[in-house]
Design a binder for this molecule. Structure first.
Ligand code: HEM
Length: 438
């Protein structure tokens, strides 16, 4: 059979070229795969949800509570179809799996990015894959946000209103951009079909194209290797072959991951659309975005209100807080491979403690985003009496500079400590070796 296939499909060449390819083994390399598996689960569950979801905000009779023929209870079709999905067997579970996988995908790609940053795996020749990775992260978050508003309950409606007003805050072209993006003035009849098109076509298409480029470049450039590989065979790929080791490992990981997602979804409910009800004009107090956008919300919460006219365009705190500052922050992340370059190709993942400045700056940056995320809970911190309305902004702005600075110097101290321990260890080993020779 093999020979028959080989004569016609040259599978032995395929085997030699691809299936015998060595995959470096290290647990932190599973993070990229977990992100990939999440994408696959999202597409599969998304297709199933799309079979029942109605992407329309035209009003229909609520079949769960129709009202009377004189006063029928009308709700948007999108919201109604989400209620129907919830009521269908396994419907609510499907929504939960889709929702939690989206959150886990963003989280896994963030941790994947941290692994790459702290081990220097963004250095030559992998700068391009860092930039593609950054785009993957941004589009993954955008896809999650567009999905978030599709149930079109009152929470989603208020979230869309916030997103629309942020887009409209862009000076000179804001209103045009907002109306172009959301199919007219909000809440227009076209807003749900438009966002649906983004969520199931445009953004997944971009994600799939970027992921394919990401994988092809990774295969072409070969993966960085853990330090132990250096001792086994220098500058050679040390790893397990795709067939028959890496594939079963990946399969086990995928099944384990799917099992954890199902278990998680079985116990942790998601966004209760019934609780928020259909969209109304009543704003929801302290509405918040998902955790990966909380830092943007936090910046908005502590920026003092201002507005000024510049060359005919209005520059206000919403634009600066929700667009300008986040863009500068993401710009800094894009610039990482230009800030820490190497002339030579990097073969081995670097030990983070051997690069204390990069390590310290990375931790400080994460602390900055953490402080801004906490600022996203300013109203709750005030109502809990931890901050007051008078001092909240001052305290959070001081924390914005102090916490990252302190964590940078803390990391330097820890690295110095680790180095001192390592040197003492080395000294002990030399002394013992010397004594052993006596
Ligand atoms: C949807 C998101 C993403 C997917 C599906 C994905 C997938 C993967 C996979 C499967 C690998 C190989 C295994 C591994 O090293 O973990 C990988 C490697 C890599 N990824 Fe990603 N990734 C994503 C996001 C990112 C992000 C956000 C960055 C950086 C900003 C990034 C940069 C890289 C780099 C530089 C490599 C090569 C690593 C090396 O050779 O050590 N990726 N990615």
């Amino acid at each position: 059979m093999n020979q028959w296939l080989d004569e016609r499909l040259h599978i032995s060449r395929l085997n030699d070229k691809f299936l015998r390819k060595a995959f470096p083994v290290h647990h932190s390399f599973f993070l990229g795969e977990i992100t990939l598996f999440s994408l696959i689960i999202l597409i599969l569950t998304g297709i199933l949800l799309a079979l029942s979801y109605e992407p329309s905000n035209s009003m229909v009779v609520n079949s769960f509570d129709p009202g009377t023929s004189d006063a029928p209870n009308l709700i948007p079709a999108a919201y109604h179809s989400t209620l129907k999905i919830n009521a269908a067997p396994f419907g609510d579970m499907l929504r939960r799996i889709h929702h939690w996988t989206a959150n886990i995908m963003v989280a896994a790609s963030v941790i994947h990015m941290m692994r790459i940053y702290f081990t220097g795996a963004f250095k030559k020749p992998r700068e391009i894959n860092w930039w593609i990775g950054m785009l993957l992260l941004i589009f993954a978050a955008l896809t999650a946000v567009t999905g978030y508003v599709l149930p079109y309950d009152n929470y989603a409606y208020n979230t869309l209103k916030v997103i629309y007003s942020i887009a409209a805050s862009i000076p000179w072209v804001g209103e045009w951009v907002a109306q172009a993006a959301f199919a007219g003035k909000f809440p227009g009849d076209g807003v749900i079909p438009r966002v649906y098109g983004y969520h199931i076509m445009l953004l997944p298409g971009i994600l799939l194209a970027l992921t394919a480029a990401h994988m092809l470049i990774m295969i072409k450039q070969k993966h960085t290797q853990p330090q132990y590989a250096k001792r086994i065979a220098y500058k050679k790929i040390v790893g397990v072959p795709l067939m028959t080791q890496q594939t079963p490992i990946m399969l086990m990981l995928a099944l384990l991951f799917a099992g954890i997602i199902v278990l998680f979804s079985a116990f942790i409910p998601v966004h209760p659309v019934e609780y928020f009800g259909p969209p109304t004009t009543t704003p929801i107090e302290n509405i918040k975005p998902d955790w990966y956008l909380l830092w943007v919300f936090g910046v908005l919460a502590i920026i003092p209100g201002f507005e000024f006219n510049f060359l005919g365009g209005n520059i206000n705190s919403e634009f600066v807080g929700a667009i300008l500052l986040p863009t500068l922050t993401l710009g800094l992340m894009f610039a990482v491979p230009m800030l820490d370059r190497s002339r030579e190709n990097l073969y081995y993942a670097e030990n983070p403690t051997n690069h204390p400045v990069r390590l310290g700056l990375g931790v400080a940056f994460m602390m900055l985003l953490a402080v801004w995320s906490v600022a996203g809970y300013k109203p709750e911190l005030i109502s809990a009496g931890i901050l007051t309305t008078e001092n909240a902004n001052t305290v959070l702005w001081i924390a914005t500079f102090l916490v990252p600075a302190l964590s940078y110097f803390f990391v330097q101290a820890v690295v110095r400590g680790i180095r001192a321990l390592r040197e003492a260890d080395e000294r002990d080993r030399t002394i013992h070796a010397a004594h052993a020779d006596d």
